[in-house]
Design a protein around this ligand. Structure first.
Ligand code: ZN
Length: 163
């Protein structure tokens, strides 16, 4: 699989530039050109998330582990929970286009469009939005430090929700 390596290389390159404080407006443009080439529409949807949705990162004092919630501002019931640094999301796009699971077996009410399921995607807009937020837009994320008990409770809830 060349694509995942290519994507990691792109992010590594720009994360290094950011750390070295060599980030210019031209660099930012270049990121979008490169990411658009590999993500296409997923990039557009990820940018929409940065504009319109709330990204909340929970961690403990040590900040070793992070749980991320991406919530729709207009629909508080629609929340996706992710682990920072892990390419997994419980959304339908991830199941059908990344994992290639037949959604009909999971949710009979979801109308599944096979015509959009021909390409293997590397990730979904939620995982990509989180990476972009960390790279480009620290003001796009809210951070909350939790005591270990509360963090572990959230972790348990997440496992019950998703599996
Ligand atoms: Zn997703």
């Amino acid at each position: 699989m060349l694509l995942p390596q290519l994507i990691e290389k792109i992010f590594e390159k720009y994360e290094k530039l950011r750390q070295e404080q060599k980030f210019t407006p031209a660099t930012q443009k270049q990121i979008f050109v490169e990411l658009n080439a590999v993500f296409g529409d997923t990039l557009k949807r990820a940018l929409g998330i940065l504009d319109e949705q709330i990204i909340l990162i929970y961690s403990t004092e040590s900040e070793i582990r992070e749980i991320v919630e991406i919530a729709d501002r207009n629909n508080s019931a629609q929340v996706y929970k992710l682990f920072s640094g892990i390419n997994f999301c419980p959304c339908k796009y991830f199941a059908s286009n990344v994992l290639k699971v037949n959604i009909l077996n999971i949710s009979p009410t979801y109308s599944f469009d096979n015509s959009q399921n021909t390409d293997q995607a590397y990730t979904c807009e939620h995982v990509l939005a989180l990476r972009l937020a960390k790279l480009l837009c620290s003001s796009c994320v809210r951070k909350e430090i939790l005591v270990a008990n509360k963090f572990n409770f959230l972790l348990q809830q997440m496992c019950i929700d998703d599996f």
